[in-house]
Write a protein that binds this ligand. Structure first.
Ligand code: PGA
Length: 244
């Protein structure tokens, strides 16, 4: 049975101008031969210039969303094929900020993922409970239901990565205990359609807590928001993943 690939994925969210491409370039200079996947998902405006700047390097470029349709009358949206055309290899789907800000359901996420995978993108599908749900003891039920409904048919290690991101840990500096992370990752692994799918943890991953998080069984890497914006910070997280 092949082991899941390690992946350090940066989610720049709605941050980054052309001047910030230098952060991606210095990351590429620091990691020339990576033993884990390194990915930056900048805002859509930076996908093409970042892909050009990082061409031939060990750092891959991804997107943060796509539309489920191939093309057509969808003002303001971006298709999976357009992301490929711009140089993206991955796309984050179903991030809790999109589920909250844009009312995205797991079924819509599955439709987007099917379109993205058909276009040749690796989908990073995000799952996670709210604080209210955790306090009510519903975490595993919520996350496993999201997994069941958000994965398209044909999801396998070659086209799918899962990111467990407790909503209350995103951007807050609060991180679940290693036991809490392990409980969810173990439950997810047991339900994956392909056990070699990589399982990322996301939510306030920083250079100072990365080693502890990467030591948890069934954690294959991280989806990193704020700490991915600076090459120095993200680099320390990548180094911790290499060492894990
Ligand atoms: P954070 O964001 O690392 O800033 O908490 C993680 C994410 O939302 O992917």
């Amino acid at each position: 049975m092949p082991k899941p690939c390690k992946l350090a994925a940066g989610n720049w969210k709605m941050n980054g101008l052309r001047a910030d491409l230098s952060e991606a370039e210095s990351l590429a200079r620091a990691f020339t031969a990576a033993s884990c996947g390194i990915l930056i998902c900048p805002p859509a405006t930076l996908i093409a210039p970042m892909a050009e700047a990082l061409a031939g390097s060990a750092v891959m470029v991804g997107a943060q969303d796509c539309h489920p349709a191939e093309k057509g009358a969808h003002t303001g949206d971006i298709s999976a094929q357009m992301l490929v055309d711009a140089g993206a290899r991955h796309v984050i789907l179903g991030h809790s900020e999109r589920r909250a800000d844009h009312g995205e359901t797991s079924h819509l996420v599955a439709a987007k993922a099917a379109a993205a995978q058909a276009a040749g993108l690796v989908t990073i599908i995000c799952l996670g409970e709210s604080e209210v749900q955790r306090d009510a003891g519903q975490t595993l039920g919520v996350v496993l239901a999201q997994l069941a409904d958000s994965l398209p048919a044909g999801a396998e290690a070659a086209n799918t990565v899962i990111a467990y991101e407790p909503i209350w840990a995103i951007g807050t500096g609060r991180v679940p205990s290693v036991a809490q992370i392990a409980e969810v990752h173990d439950a997810l692994r047991a339900k994956l359609p392909d056990p070699a799918i990589s399982l990322l943890y996301g939510g306030s991953v920083k250079p100072d807590n990365a080693t502890e998080i990467f030591a948890v069984e069934n954690v294959d890497g991280a989806l990193v928001g704020g700490a991915s914006l600076k090459a120095a910070d993200f680099g320390r997280i990548i180094t911790a993943l290499h060492a894990a």
